[in-house]
Design a binder for this molecule. Structure first.
Ligand SMILES: [Cu+2]
Length: 220
């Protein structure tokens, strides 16, 4: 697995475009490193999600608590080009979750869709019951329900989250987001700016208002 630190080392100051890309730039950023918070062991420079945003959290007894809401979103790809997609908290991709290696996180997931869902924390080392595969290590989150995921971050890196429930449909229509975990003790090289973005393959046919999930048949 490529760690976040390794990834920064590979890319240096150059531009990079991958599904989970991070870009560093030589330009002096205006954003100050974030001060340490209770329960966190280091400061970090907040990542900027291109065409996206970072999910706020609240501290609850040393746990960073986030709240994702799975729901339909009216997404505008370009001026005048809109579609009915699915995402989280009103956007696709969903908001970026940002934390520090060693943090204890609780992520409440409310399902406002009309079918069941889950969230799988792709690539994260965690207890099986938190891995988010519906019907395997947890019951599906039914419409109207909220499920609490809670685990300690045992690694750092640029990761993503997505459902493991009706996967081909739910991912094809936009259900995914990024999960950035900063290294405990800071980056090994100074970072002026830190960007992340998520690429996705959409199929929006003329005369339709919903993305075509069948396009995912070709994804591998
Ligand atoms: Cu995955």
């Amino acid at each position: 697995m490529t760690s976040r630190r390794d990834f920064l080392g590979y890319t240096g100051a150059g531009a990079v475009a991958t599904a989970l890309g991070t870009v560093t730039s030589g330009v002096n950023g205006e954003e100050a490193p974030r001060a340490p918070t209770a329960g966190s062991s280091s400061s970090y420079r907040p990542v900027r999600t291109l065409n996206g945003w970072t999910l706020p959290y609240t501290m609850k007894n040393g746990v960073k608590e986030f709240h994702l809401v799975a729901e339909e979103v009216d997404h505008e790809f370009a001026p005048g080009s809109r579609a009915k997609c699915w995402g989280y908290n009103g956007s696709t991709p969903g908001p970026t979750i940002e934390a520090i290696e060693g943090d204890r996180v609780r992520i409440l997931v409310t399902n406002n869709l009309q079918e069941h869902t889950t969230i799988h924390w792709h690539g994260l080392i965690l207890p099986s019951g938190m891995d988010g595969v519906g019907g395997l290590n947890q019951p599906h989150i039914q419409p109207g329900e909220t499920f609490a995921y809670e685990f300690t971050l045992k690694q750092h890196g640029s990761h993503m989250y997505h459902p493991h429930a009706d996967e081909m449909v739910q991912m094809a229509v936009g259900m995914m987001g990024m999960f950035i975990i900063h290294p405990k003790g800071g980056e090994s090289v100074p970072v002026d700016r830190d960007y992340c973005f998520l690429l996705h393959n959409w199929a929006l046919h003329p005369g339709t208002y919903r993305p075509d999930p069948a396009i995912m048949q070709d994804f591998d």
